[in-house]
Design a protein around this ligand. Sequence first.
Ligand code: CA
Length: 404
Amino acid sequence: MSADFGPQTQAHGVYSVAGEQPRVGVRLQDEAGDVVVDVSALADRAGLPWAEALSAPSLNPFMAAGPRVWAEHRRWLDGLLGLDGPVPDAVRDASHALDDGSRAVRLHLPFEVADYVDFYSSRDHAENLGAMFRPGQPPLTPAWTHVPIGYHGRAGTVVVSGTGVRRPVGQVRAPGAEHPEVVASRRLDIEAEVGFVVGVGSALGDSVPLERFADHVFGVCLVDDWSARDLQAWEYVPLGPFLGKSFATSVSAWVTPLSSLEHARLPAPAREHPVQDYLDDSAQPWGLDLHLEVRLNGHVVSRPPFARMYWTAAQQLAHLTVNGASLRTGDLFASGTVSGAQRDERGSLIELSWNGEQPLELPDGTTRTFLSDGDEVVITAWAPGPGGTRVGLGEVAGRVEPAR
Ligand code: CA
């Protein structure tokens, strides 16, 4: 099996080594190890016009350069990273080990998050949550099969993988209680999601049609949308998620370019109704065959299949802008929790434990309904790549810290 971060993947991130400014790097895994390649220095040496953008402490300037530069950069990286031959010595010399345990390399939030939108596009997840939050009513709202449902999240609390997540405090009302109380959340959960990162913005008043998706979206990251279910249940009617979600959203330190996922494209599942013209993706489907894995304290608890998502990212972007809302470099929109039809394919603990009624058993003999202090959740994913290789999406990890 090939490495998930071989030369076919070209995952971009922002890193620093002691005493130096953060800059853009590309991850490379091969028989020689797992490294970050200093593409900023190599591009400067090669006199590439976009070298300065790669010296920035975020991916935003490079992403803003647009799809022609992304394509030229990719052709340059194909040679540099040894896609068709050995890795040049100059590249080895400009690399820093990620796996030597010395923690000499620090990974930063890879892009400055402009706006953050979170969708709700897994039918399995939406039906599961609907059944739990609104028992006795149809699990899907009437709009769900017509519009990609979403909400605007909090860009300022998006954190990079590895950042500790403090258990939030907030207002909840216990089942059967007359009055609410302010407590540390007792139902802290995860949501395993895939995020899409906008490189090229759009003008206020314009829409981004489906066929322009890849002109605007640079790449894909993994997202853990931490959720306090008890806060959420009390506050969410009628305007949707608020403080139950806004305390932290974790993203992977690596953004895998959309151009690395050509071999993962497939049609989305059949629609229940014909969709509106602006959402009709039959000519250019953007379903993606991504395989997620969720680990709780090192133990795999779920393998959510992204290929089952009802709405694709291209449809989400078309919907996000159909009213003329503009895009900015660094906008992040996430898929919504990825869940499949099977129990071991559900992307949240509220589904895995069925609202806390069916605790999960872990190999250490403990059980979980929701997260305990000290628990660590790690989400990884891969996609089929060229010639039987795999394309990795960077991991997103977080450990729960006790409430203040
Ligand atoms: Ca979510």
